[in-house]
Design a binder for this molecule. Structure first.
Ligand SMILES: N[C@@H](CC(=O)c1ccccc1NC=O)C(=O)O
Length: 240
């Protein structure tokens, strides 16, 4: 076995820093539909069996997780079929924290993308565009889902026109620090239906965006690879 430094670090000529963009998953982790979606059953215990082992039952769309094209299309790529080249991407961070703090129904618009482009240059090829709405701070409180009396949720997301703009380019994925690519009050999953069938992926409940630069980080999505899957909890890394 080689004991060389990682190729990326050698090429960059400097140490790489790795950050964890993943929330810890636990049974009470909030879900889009409000019901528990992650279950852990202890099958063996160290006290009785001299080893610990849990069996998991999990809805694919729980915690920090990937949406594969198949999630919102008849025959799109399953999570197992997304090639690894598309799971490592330059990370673009769109900061909408100011407007999201004033309006929980805020969306990432083409103007927000254009402001990023004006400040940083064009979007990198094959990038992942992430919304930093500041919503991570609400995890663990009712504000994360922010459901009103009618059950309608109010949290930020992408606007359909912004993803249509991204569809003109090569972005491989979009990421949100909320429970859905669409904003919470969306009645129709317009962004899911606009984006995923085009062979692009989504990432929901991403963590730690505040630690990321607007441009310059590389995202690595450790997506699961179960045959025919529509997505699933992922370990997500960022290298800077
Ligand atoms: N924003 C959520 C929506 C979602 O989970 C979902 C949407 C439609 C039908 C089922 C869904 N998830 C399941 O249980 C997601 O795509 O992960």
């Amino acid at each position: 076995q080689d004991a060389t430094v990682p190729a990326g670090a050698a090429q960059a000529g400097r140490a790489l820093t790795i950050a964890d963009m993943t929330h810890e998953l636990y049974p009470e982790f909030p879900t889009f539909f409000g019901e528990q979606q992650f279950f852990m059953e202890q099958k063996f215990s160290f006290a009785e069996d001299k080893f610990n082992l849990f069996e998991l039952r999990v809805n694919e769309h729980t915690g920090t997780h990937v949406d594969a094209p198949l999630h919102f299309s008849a025959d799109g790529q399953s999570v197992a079929e997304i090639p690894v080249e598309k799971l490592m991407a330059p990370l673009v961070v769109i900061d909408i924290k100011a407007k999201a703090a004033e309006n929980p129904d805020a969306q990432v618009t083409p103007d927000d993308l254009q402001a990023w482009i004006d400040a940083n240059g064009g979007l990198p090829e094959n990038c992942c565009v992430a919304m930093n709405s500041g919503w991570q701070q609400h995890l663990g409180t009712d504000m994360y889902r922010n459901a009103d009396q009618d059950g309608t949720m109010h949290f930020p997301g992408f606007h359909l026109e912004a993803v249509q703009m991204l569809l003109e380019g090569s972005a491989v994925g979009i990421a949100v620090d909320t429970l859905s690519l669409d904003f919470g009050m969306s009645p129709d999953f317009a962004v899911h239906y606009g984006w995923l069938p085009e062979g692009r992926w989504g990432l929901e409940c991403i963590a730690n965006l505040d630690a990321m630069p607007a441009t310059g980080a590389t995202l690595i999505v450790g997506a699961p690879k179960h045959r025919g899957g529509t997505g699933g909890p992922a370990r997500v890394f960022a290298l800077t």
